[in-house]
Design a protein around this ligand. Sequence first.
Ligand code: SAH
Ligand code: SF4
Length: 385
Amino acid sequence: MTAITNLLDLEPSALTQWCNELGEKPFRARQLQRWIHQFGESEFDLMTDLAKSLREKLHGRACVSAPPIMADHLSTDGTRKWLFDVGVGDAVETVFIPEDGRGTLCVSTQAGCAVNCRFCSTGKQGFSRNLAVGEIIGQLWTAEFMLRRSQSIPAGPKGERQITNVVMMGMGEPLLNYGPTVSALRLMLDDHSYGLSRRRVTLSTSGVVPMMDKLSQDCPVALAVSLHAPNDALRDDLVPLNKKYPLAELMRACQRYLEFAPRDFITFEYCMLDGVNDSVSHARELIALVRDVPCKFNLIPFNPFPESGLKRSANPRIKAFAQVLMNAGIVTTIRKTRGDDIDAACGQLAGEIQDRTRVQERTQKLAEYQKKYGKDFGRIVEIGG
Ligand code: SAH
Ligand code: SF4
């Protein structure tokens, strides 16, 4: 018996190759790609202009299969979050953020993460596994066509696209799952699928220097770098990967990347942690650090979770920090918290349901959450069950 190929796992060149092995011409691969990624179709028999002979070959050899949805939450501000089941107790999340004139999807690339940043609940889960191409692009595929269906927008290239921007800022370190991430990026950019411009696709990394260089050659999309500290001593503590690729090396890698990047700046993300990295002197140190890197700053108010022992900086402190950067001529934005009522920020939910069998432990955690934040976290139990 031949193994069933999930066509969502195939980037454009791999789909052409796969069709070639079936004795089919490249234009058949493009047709198939359009049915899948522009019409959201998974039933071969509904792909009406595919030759009947090809449809027959596809049956029993191929499928179009995205990870099953475990939960789908809609926030009062329009933010929508899906939780996808990626098998054996692992779940990843995907967040859609609608804004005036655009819709951004935040996708995950790994279940868990090995980098283990101190302020990140995904990191605290540890690393479970890399997502396959189909599990990464499947998040975009599912989200785009569900969003269209919920608004009665027709599938196909003429239907108004709901997702205009993608950020690889969900769970996981994309550059430590390099091959599948790049294949998924190629599908996002290809004109026969989502046709997104490189400027509208942003990859966020904690600073895996050699892979930043590789990305600049293989698929240069917009780059965000998670900085979080202005010196090595503090960054070693917050982002342990810094011990391997310290700041001076990271800054040089950013400069090299910009020679090939679709945008002429790097976005530095900086998580604002009360009393840790948020003083005016930290901001001044940052200005010196990034002196030779054209950049913008995005300050992210820390999203707390119980085990972190860290607190979010108060708003006036964040504003003062931003002002120092802006006075030095650096464009700085403070990220708005979206989807607060559905915990749509940074790995908070998926971590909690990772092991769905540990009911007692989980129930205890829920009680802790409720006590600490006074929020209703009850649905986590519903999803897990
Ligand atoms: N691994 C990649 C991409 C995923 S994390 C990276 O680290 O860049 C996406 C962004 O969310 C990163 O900038 C990360 O530092 C930030 N982040 C993680 N946990 C957070 C938290 N609890 N509060 C605010 N931002 C957080
Ligand atoms: Fe991994 Fe990014 Fe979280 Fe760090 S911030 S642990 S790199 S997902």
